[in-house]
Design a protein around this ligand. Structure first.
Ligand SMILES: Nc1ncnc2c1ncn2[C@@H]1O[C@H](COP(=O)(O)OP(=O)(O)OP(=O)(O)O)[C@@H](O)[C@H]1O
Ligand SMILES: [Mg+2]
Length: 151
């Protein structure tokens, strides 16, 4: 997969990368996050959502049990920001119950953890972010398209 590869050496660096990315995100866009447990999907989402002025970093928490959190971005004309976690969703019925169709009904920014578990039928532009453990404090983060972080 082509993409920009970044090494993050701390949770704070990963949050900062999310904030940088947020500056380049315009609705409609799907942000597809993949990577193992604890690789930093929720951590980078804290940066994206706070970078969009949609919530404070500490108010962006894992939607593991509620499956979806919805925010609004004042920096993007009040567009809806969805933070979705598919970890506990194990079939297409479950996916429908998330009402992702509602999320995709109007241009927003839809951030999906465990995106590799499903395929999405959508004509929205996609940004994919793959997070990998290197060691306890280091993550390799690969972002596509590469230009999303470019000048
Ligand atoms: N460079 C780093 N970037 C991100 N998180 C890091 C880093 N170094 C250590 N960590 C730690 O790794 C954990 C990442 O947790 P986080 O909830 O973001 O992962 P996740 O991918 O969302 O996991 P899950 O699959 O359970 O949803 C946190 O405890 C964080 O402090
Ligand atoms: Mg998570």
């Amino acid at each position: 997969m082509s993409g920009t590869e970044v090494l993050s050496h701390s949770p704070e660096e990963t949050v900062e990368l999310g904030r940088q990315l947020a500056q380049r995100l315009q609705p409609p866009v799907l942000v597809l996050l993949s990577g193992d447990l604890g690789s930093g999907k929720t951590t980078i989402t804290k940066g994206i959502v706070s970078g969009l002025g949609a919530a404070r970093e500490e108010d962006v928490t894992s939607p593991t049990f509620t499956l979806v959190h919805v925010f609004r971005s004042q920096a993007r004309e009040n567009a809806r920001i969805y933070h979705v976690d598919l970890y506990r969703v194990d079939d297409s019925h479950g996916l429908e119950s998330l009402a992702l169709e509602d999320a995709l009904a109007e241009p927003g920014i839809v951030i999906i953890e465990w995106a590799e578990r499903f395929t999405f039928r959508s004509d929205w532009p996609e940004v994919t972010i793959r997070l990998e453990h290197v060691d306890a404090e280091t993550r390799r983060i690969t972002i596509s398209p590469a230009e999303i972080l470019g000048p």
